[in-house]
Design a protein around this ligand. Structure first.
Ligand code: PGA
Length: 266
């Protein structure tokens, strides 16, 4: 398994009311008890409406809190948007940026993701930058080219292993129950590792590269054991304690030796 301290991040997307906070309380209890030897950081990215309540709830536990998007500007006339400073003020330590749903629903381009990531860094938030090919691009054999282009366009200046996480999420695997083969995941993650070394150089060091797309307890062990997979970005299965803890349990007993340890607690 990986030598970088992994992280399992739950992306609640547009799901979750205050009732969901009970799932988080159960997760915190599990991490303090039966799951205490899970060698991974854990984070939940709820809808913005729940951020501060969730942050209060998990204070003092191993669970970190992140946002799902931020605006590139520090403030201004942008109705409905949220700045990186607001996320931080609400208790977030990270923010997901460039998720394929935002790229598709809101027309976000790589340069937007880069600007948002820079804004996140400016506030001391970790940018969780999402990349991934569509089914059509995959069928045309363009996967690695697309990943290179997205990385090159989306990574901001001065990204480091401490302030940036890359999430590889094949668009066709998100919410579909489909996953790439472990060989395909290995090839994509090795390519991303190489590109990070090329584009960022030394500061990329042990930057975490997460896999996302239909991760569940049944496939987490296999996927998380692939070389250069340093954790998971989990959508649907992060909404239920039993499923999410089942994924974190892939790291039970895992030895942790990374300098990134403790970035979000744990
Ligand atoms: P999924 O979503 O786990 O529901 O496939 C993953 C994601 O979009 O981050």
């Amino acid at each position: 398994m990986t030598t970088i301290r992994p992280i399992v991040i739950g992306n609640w997307k547009m799901h979750g009311t205050s009732a969901y906070l009970a799932e988080v309380a159960a997760l915190a209890d599990w991490l303090a008890g039966e799951g205490a030897d899970a060698g991974a950081d854990v984070m939940i990215c709820p809808p913005a409406t729940l951020l501060s309540r969730l942050a209060d709830k998990v204070a003092g536990t191993r669970i970190g809190v992140g946002g799902q998007d931020c605006h590139a500007a520090a403030q201004g006339a942008h109705t409905g948007d949220i700045s990186a400073a607001m996320l931080k003020d609400a208790g977030a330590s990270a923010v997901i940026l460039g998720h394929s749903e935002r790229r598709a629903d809101h027309g976000e381009r790589d340069r937007d993701v880069r600007a948002k990531s820079a804004a996140a860094h400016g506030e001391g938030l970790t940018a969780i930058i999402c990349i991934g090919e569509t089914q059509g691009q995959r069928e045309l054999g363009l996967t690695l080219k697309v990943l290179s282009r997205q990385l090159e366009g989306s990574l901001p200046q001065a990204c480091t292993a401490q302030n940036t996480i890359v999430a590889y999420e094949p668009v066709w695997a998100i919410g579909t129950g489909l996953t790439p083969t472990t060989d395909d995941v290995a090839a994509a993650h090795a390519h991303i590792r190489g590109e990070l070394n090329r584009l960022v150089g030394l500061p990329a060091g042990d930057m975490r590269i997460l896999y996302g797309g239909s991760v569940k307890p049944a496939n987490a062990g296999e996927l998380m054991a692939v070389a250069n997979v340093d954790g998971a970005l989990v959508g649907g299965a992060s909404l239920k304690f039993a499923d999410f803890s089942g994924i974190v349990a892939a790291y039970k007993g895992a030895r942790v030796i990374s300098p990134a340890a403790g970035q979000f607690g744990g």
